[in-house]
Design a protein around this ligand. Structure first.
Ligand code: ADP
Ligand code: TRP
Length: 321
C-alpha cells in the first residue's frame, strides 16, 4: 500500500493541520510505503515572497520530523525536487474538463476571499492530481476540505485511462471523521486564511492568550449547559487531553459551576503538555539543519526514481516516447 500526502509551506502548523492531516499521516507510516512532501509549487498560488517560501519549507520539514515522521519509514521531500510532476500535470490537464475544476469549492472560496483568479489557482487541483498519480498512490490522508481534490484526481485518472488505456492507479482519500474539521478560535474551521489558528509551535505567552480568548457565549458559570459537548474549548480539549479528563470537564460544564476561564486554563495546560516532547525535539532538530536537509535530499532522490517510472508509463501511453 502506498500512502501519500502533502502540505503547503504557507504558514505555521496549527491544530487543524496537525490533527486533520499530519498525525494521521505519521501514524500511517507504520502501515505501508509512505511519501510526504512539502507542496512548495502549490504555495506559489498564494505566497509571493521567496524568502518566506524557503523559510516555511524548512519549517514544515522540522514540524513533520518533530511530530514523529521517521525517515527510516517514510519519505519527506520538497515537491519541487521532483519536477516530473509538472510535466505530468500538463498531460493530465489535456484530459481535464473545465467543469470539473469550476466545481471545486476551494477555488471558489479563495476567489471569494480576494485571491486573484489566476490560472495557477484554477489549475491547482490538476497539479495535486499529478502529485498523487505520479507515485501510484493508494491512500491519501487529508482533512475534509481536501476530499474534493482527491475525488477530482480520481476523475482525471479515469479520463486519462479511458483515453490512453489503463495507466493510473485510483487513489482514495483517508479522512478521520473525529478530526476532519478542527474548529478555530472563532468556532469556524481552523484555517490560516481565517486568522483563527492555534499554532503547535510558538511563543508560550502568545499561545496562552489565543486560548484564553477562545470565543464563548455569555452564560454565567453557574448556569447548566446542556449543549456542553458543542463548546469550543471542550472540542479542543478532547483532542489534547485523555478521554476521561475531557469527559469530566464536559460533565462539569453541563452541570453548571465551571467557568469558561477555568476551562480554558485547563485546555491550555493540556495542550501545552501534549506538544512538550515534539517542542523539545523540534528545537534539537533546528540546531542541526544539515541532518534535516539530508533527509529532504535523500527522500527526493528516492521519490524521483518512483516518479520517473510512472511518468515514463504515461508518456508511452500517450505516444510521447
Ligand atoms: P489552511 O486551511 O490552514 O491553509 P492547509 O490547506 O494548508 O490549511 O491544509 C493542510 C492540511 O491540513 C490539509 O490536509 C487539510 O485538509 C488539513 N486541515 C487544515 N485545516 C484543517 C482543520 N481545521 N481541520 C482538519 N484538517 C485541516
Ligand atoms: N492541496 C493540499 C493542501 O492545501 C496540499 C497538497 C498538494 C496535497 N498536493 C497534494 C495533499 C497531494 C495531498 C496530496 O492542503
Amino acid at each position: 500500500m502506498r500512502i501519500l500526502s502533502g502540505i503547503q509551506p504557507s504558514g505555521a502548523l496549527h491544530l487543524g493541520n496537525f490533527f486533520g492531516m499530519m498525525k494521521p499521516a505519521i501514524e500511517l507510516q507504520e502501515q505501508g510505503e509512505a511519501l510526504y512532501f512539502i507542496a512548495n509549487y502549490h504555495s506559489m498560488t498564494s505566497l509571493r515572497d521567496p524568502a518566506e517560501r524557503r523559510h516555511n519549507t524548512l519549517d514544515v520539514a522540522l514540524d513533520f520530523l518533530a511530530c514523529g515522521l521517521d525517515p527510516a519509514k517514510a519519505l519527506l521531500f520538497r515537491q519541487s525536487d521532483v519536477p516530473e510532476v509538472t510535466e505530468l500535470a500538463w498531460l493530465l490537464t489535456t484530459v481535464t474538463p473545465m467543469g470539473l475544476l469550476e466545481r471545486c469549492t476551494s477555488y471558489k472560496d479563495k476567489i471569494a476571499r480576494g485571491l486573484p483568479a489566476d490560472h495557477g489557482l484554477f489549475a491547482y487541483p490538476v497539479l495535486m492530481a499529478a502529485d498523487i498519480l505520479i507515485y501510484d498512490s493508494n491512500i491519501v490522508p487529508v482533512g475534509r476540505d481536501q476530499k474534493q481534490h482527491v475525488e477530482v484526481t480520481r476523475d482525471i485518472a479515469i479520463k486519462f485511462n479511458e483515453a490512453y488505456g489503463q495507466t493510473f492507479v485510483l487513489p482514495e482519500p483517508r479522512i478521520r471523521e473525529e478530526t476532519a474539521l478542527v474548529p478555530g478560535a472563532d468556532g469556524q474551521k481552523m484555517s490560516k486564511s481565517y486568522g483563527n489558528t492555534i499554532e503547535i509551535f510558538g511563543d508560550e505567552k502568545i499561545l496562552r492568550k489565543k486560548i484564553m480568548s477562545l470565543k464563548m457565549d455569555s452564560r454565567t458559570p453557574q448556569e447548566p449547559k446542556p449543549d456542553a459537548e458543542k463548546n469550543l474549548a471542550i472540542q479542543l480539549l478532547r483532542l489534547v487531553a485523555p478521554p476521561a479528563v475531557a469527559r469530566d470537564y464536559e460533565d462539569r460544564l453541563r452541570a453548571g459551576g465551571l467557568g469558561y476561564g477555568d476551562l480554558k486554563k485547563a485546555l491550555f495546560e493540556h495542550y501545552w503538555n501534549y506538544f512538550a516532547a515534539p517542542r523539545a525535539r523540534r528545537a534539537e532538530l533546528a540546531s542541526n539543519l544539515d541532518a534535516v536537509n539530508k533527509v529532504l535530499d535523500g527522500s527526493a532522490e528516492k521519490a524521483r526514481t518512483l516518479a520517473r517510472k510512472v511518468l515514463a508509463r504515461a508518456r508511452l501511453a500517450c505516444g510521447l516516447d
